[in-house]
Design a protein around this ligand. Structure first.
Ligand code: NAD
Length: 312
């Protein structure tokens, strides 16, 4: 049967995610969308004129659809989209609403829990889940992203959530309870951020010693250093022809977003009492690269360039 969904935040990730929903939902389904950038709404409506309905604000989306996904940059955007008393989702809720709300933004766990609490205080039967996503813009386009869900494996909404999320991605992993999808995502991006720097340093060291970059990458692939950054997103230009590094670090995952995620991960580490020795050094690298003229706005693997890595 056709569905009525809402989707708010149509950026680098949101646009391809909505496109996959529009392709995969049953015929006759409608997706009510909102973005502060009107051009982003217009572009989607042109591609899917029978499915996409632009809305003026989040409240309008919530008054027309009981299931809503959000894909926004940072915690303060999420807070205003959900909780703004006049234009937010909460403005369309009543004590008897039964909305299903899913936030896929990468934000701090405290903001996510606060939003969930404010919504359920007003509307006890409305449910809110954190469901951040991994796999990048290419994964969003190809429908292969993974969702990390802030719920228990026994959550009664899990089958519904899974069927919705797998219309945009390949898997949805329940991580235990509210905000734990975000905790898992931050741990994942912390690891990925550190691996990126370590791969950059090891590639540069081997190349300076005289090893060909492609040979070195094949050595890491065969050895214990095997990792996805080396194999698929190698930071050295020319090693992976499809990677952002091979087109001047254009596209991909912006270095500023990686800085944000490592900052959030380090805050979480402090809160839970985890010692993250490499994180402090890594955060310094991402922060400086985010502000360097040669690197800002580019794919996060540009830290190879920031660290002075040799290019062929
Ligand atoms: P983006 O900046 O490209 O898109 C965000 C969109 O939200 C923009 O279109 C913007 O206009 C819109 N927006 C901002 N404030 C709004 C508001 N108040 N109301 C309505 N719309 C608003 O960001 P992105 O790359 O799509 O990332 C979104 C989130 O997903 C971030 O938290 C990011 O860390 C995370 N993420 C990104 C990637 C990636 O590879 N880009 C991968 C995984 C997760």
């Amino acid at each position: 049967t056709p569905q009525h969904l809402g989707f708010i935040g149509l950026g680098a990730m949101g646009h391809p995610m909505v496109s996959n929903l529009a392709r995969n939902l049953p015929h006759g389904s409608l997706i009510h969308v909102h973005d502060v950038n009107e051009a982003a709404m217009a572009a989607l409506q042109t591609s899917f004129p029978n499915t996409i309905i632009p809305c003026n604000n989040a409240r309008d989306v919530a008054s027309k659809s009981a299931t809503i996904l959000t894909m926004l940059p940072e915690g303060h955007h999420v807070k205003s989209v959900y909780l703004d008393p006049t234009a937010g989702i909460i403005a369309a809720l009543s004590p008897t609403s039964t909305h299903l709300l899913i936030d896929s933004s990468t934000i701090d766990t405290a903001t996510s829990l606060a939003v969930k609490h404010s919504l359920s205080s007003l509307s006890p039967s409305t449910t809110f889940y954190d469901a951040p996503v991994s796999g990048g813009v290419l994964g969003a386009r190809n429908g292969t992203v993974a969702f990390f869900l802030g719920c228990a494996p026994s959550d009664p909404n899990l089958p519904l959530l899974t069927s919705l999320l797998t219309a945009m991605g390949s898997s949805a992993i329940p991580c235990g309870g509210p905000s734990l999808g975000l905790a898992a995502k931050l741990a994942n991006n912390y690891l990925s951020a550190i691996i990126t720097i370590a791969t950059s340093e090891a590639m540069d060291m081997g190349m300076r010693a005289g090893i060909d970059a492609r040979v070195l990458a094949s050595v890491f692939k065969a050895g214990t250093a095997q990792n996805t950054i080396c194999d698929v997103f190698n930071p050295v230009p020319g090693v992976c022809p499809e990677a952002p590094s091979s087109r001047g670090y254009e596209g991909g995952f912006r270095v500023q977003l990686m800085r944000k995620d490592v900052t959030l991960a380090m805050d979480m580490a402090r809160r839970v009492g985890s010692r993250n020795v490499l994180g402090a050094a890594g955060l310094g690298v991402y922060a400086a690269a985010s502000e360097s003229e040669d690197c800002k706005g580019r794919d996060s693997r540009v830290v190879y360039r920031y660290l002075g890595g040799v290019e062929e």
